[in-house]
Ligand binder design. Structure first.
Ligand code: ADP
Ligand code: MG
Length: 599
């Protein structure tokens, strides 16, 4: 049998990794104790001092002593209670663990008690127990963390890094509990002071400022589902190169979860550049029985009973939310109020129907695959056809009908460098990347086709059979149905042998086998996901969109008009299928600053 103190130190190894973990456990205890106000004070990265003061329910002397015993908890009684844990804590390990690796002091008083209790513990050994505790609530003071565990102490990072970790941890707790006031003081400086608030957005504003909040979209809660998703996510175009602001909460608990991270990536799929992470403050609520919170000693991870359902709900919520931003985005293209008699009257204005087109326009796209399978070029149509474009989307011009459709004016100034369409709106200058815009338009067009009737395919003159290494065969077999939806007529023809007899109409390949090989190479690595839709999207994005209008393809004025108009009708107009922005706004204020009119 290990002595009690050693056992606690071993347990501390899992639960208490660094000062941030101490802060997490103590603040979670305060939240569980019903605190309305929690003050945290740290010195030297939390290593020399970490103090948490709450105004929660407090403890009487017996409970205070008991709380320092291993496996003592007031939150569950039996293993079956784990099915419905409503508190953040339940393991009964934090206090004894922390007390075993620090100089520890617990001061607590119940609201109506005459006297409180003050307990001092050093390295797990109870020193003093006496009357004490002025205010109702609990104060835990942790000094000299890991003083008796030099090996652990060596693993700590610099004070600044530990402080930053700790601050991040407190952000998570504060965002998870806007109804509680939080103060963090570091070396006598207030880092934040957050008043209690009824809603999340105020808390986010207090923490990150209005600039970030302005870039967030509200995820509307879905009433009926078994998985409820709510919170805020960044608009397309808002991203970070690290996960710091990709926050996820499950039943109020900040978690890391592979299923959820994958769902975020999928939801943002074409709205995020490679290597970037979205900004999310997303709350996923499920029945307590539908999630296992007891899979990580620091309760940082959870496991869902129905990961597929959760994932789907999150993907859907994100996609719906991003698409809901479309109207606000279209607003960006609105021309400024016309100046009567001014120069603006000279520039033609175009009416754009805002409502969706009544029926799907016909898409006529043609590609020729020449030479290497991966290179698809425009077939040289008649040179007199006007400017060369890789793809033509023949969409009939839509006449807006009076009652149902609002019209929008946009104002094109010209084209810069044969690539950027310059436009004017109320805020200033808008630049549209015509290539990115065209990619987005095509992408959505093809995706719609894929989802609906499937991409039309074209028979090859001669069906071809080919062999693949087992891994590629497995990939093809697994994704057969989506390949067929994409218009690739492919079937198994023996072990590791396949037959291909048709290709998507928009690809005019000379060599079907080369084409399919290129598709496999590109998609195999790109798509770790099991979602066929995502795979299809990847496929379209990779094989088709690369061949949209290239920079330096001069477009004539009506073509530019049409491009902007088609872009405005897209679900996610603000970025190309690879997540790059389609447009940039330069405000009047920025221009004024650059010209030194304003400082
Ligand atoms: P757990 O939170 O898993 O129950 P802890 O070791 O963190 O285990 O805490 C042990 C017990 O001490 C808790 O169950 C709770 O009853 C009591 N406790 C801890 N911190 C506080 C606090 N700030 N206010 C009131 N009670 C507390
Ligand atoms: Mg606890």
């Amino acid at each position: 049998m290990l002595p009690e103190t050693v056992a606690s130190q071993v347990a501390a190894g899992e639960v208490i990794e660094r000062p941030a973990s101490v802060a997490k456990e103590l603040v979670e205890n305060s939240i569980d104790a019903g605190a309305r106000k929690i003050d945290i004070l740290v010195r030297r990265g939390g290593v020399s001092l970490l103090r948490v003061i709450d105004d929660g329910c407090g403890m009487d002397r017996d409970d205070a002593l008991l709380s320092l015993e291993r496996h003592a908890t007031s939150k569950i009684r039996s293993a079956s209670d784990l099915e419905a844990v409503a508190t953040l804590g339940f393991r009964g390990e934090a206090l004894p663990s922390i007390a075993s690796v620090s100089r520890f002091r617990l001061t607590t008083r119940e609201k109506d008690a005459v006297a409180g209790t003050d307990i001092v513990v050093n390295g797990g050994k109870i020193g003093v127990v006496r009357d004490g505790g002025e205010a109702a609530g609990t104060q835990v003071e942790v000094r000299s963390l890991f003083y008796n565990l030099p090996a652990r102490r060596k693993f700590l990072r610099s004070e600044n890094t530990e402080s930053r970790n700790l601050e991040h941890q407190l952000h998570l707790l504060a965002i998870g509990h806007p109804e509680i006031g939080f103060t963090l003081v570091r070396e006598d400086r207030i880092l934040f002071q957050l008043p209690p608030t009824a809603n999340l957005v105020d808390r986010l504003r207090d923490l990150y400022g209005p600039e970030l909040v302005d870039k967030l979209l509200t995820v509307e809660r879905e009433a009926s589902a078994a998985v409820r998703v709510r919170g805020f996510i960044g608009r397309a175009g808002l991203s970070r190169s690290a996960r710091d602001q990709q926050l996820l909460f499950v039943n109020g608990r900040a978690v890391e979860n592979a299923v959820l991270s994958a769902a975020l990536r999928e939801g943002y799929h074409t709205a995020l550049m490679k290597g970037q992470y979205p900004v999310t403050f997303l709350f996923i609520d499920v029945e307590p029985g539908a999630v296992d919170v007891n899979v990580h000693p620091a309760k940082r991870e959870v496991r869902f009973r129905d990961p597929g359902g959760v994932r789907e709900a999150v993907v859907r919520a994100i996609q719906r939310t991003l698409e809901s931003d479309r109207a606000g985005w279209q607003e960006k293209f609105r021309a400024p109020d016309p100046v009567v008699g001014g120069a603006r009257a000279v520039v033609p204005q175009i009416a754009v129907p805002v409502a969706a087109p009544p029926e799907l326009p016909q898409l006529e796209t043609e590609f020729a695959l020449r030479g290497q399978a991966a290179r698809i070029d425009l077939p040289n149509r008649s040179e007199t056809d006007g400017p060369k474009r890789a793809i033509e989307v023949n969409r009939p011009y839509l006449e807006p009908t009076q009652e149902v459709q609002r019209t929008q004016q946009f104002q094109i100034i010209g084209v810069l460098n044969k690539l950027y369409v310059l436009m004017e709106n109320a805020e200033g200058l808008v630049l549209v990347d015509q290539h990115a815009a065209h990619e987005r338009i095509l992408f959505e067009e093809l995706r719609r086709r894929m989802e609906e009737q499937g991409v039309p395919s074209q028979k090859l003159l001669l069906p071809q059979t080919f062999d693949l290494p087992p891994k590629d065969s497995e990939w093809i077999a697994r994704n057969m149905s989506i390949l067929q939806k994409m218009g690739i007529g492919i079937e198994e023809f023996g072990p590791n042998t396949f037959k291909i007899d048709s290709l998507p109409q928009f690809v005019r390949a000379l060599d079907g086998v080369q084409f399919i090989q290129a598709v496999i190479d590109e998609l195999k690595s790109a798509s770790d996901s099991s979602s066929p839709l995502r795979l299809g999207e990847d496929m379209i994005a990779k094989t088709v969109c690369r061949h949209a209008v290239k920079a330096n393809d001069p477009l004539r004025y009506p073509e530019i008009e049409k491009l902007i108009q088609d872009l405005l009708e897209c679900d996610l107009p603000y970025c190309c299928p690879h997540g790059r922005p389609t447009m940039i706004q330069i405000s009047h204020a920025e221009l004024e600053k650059k010209f030194g009119r304003k400082v």
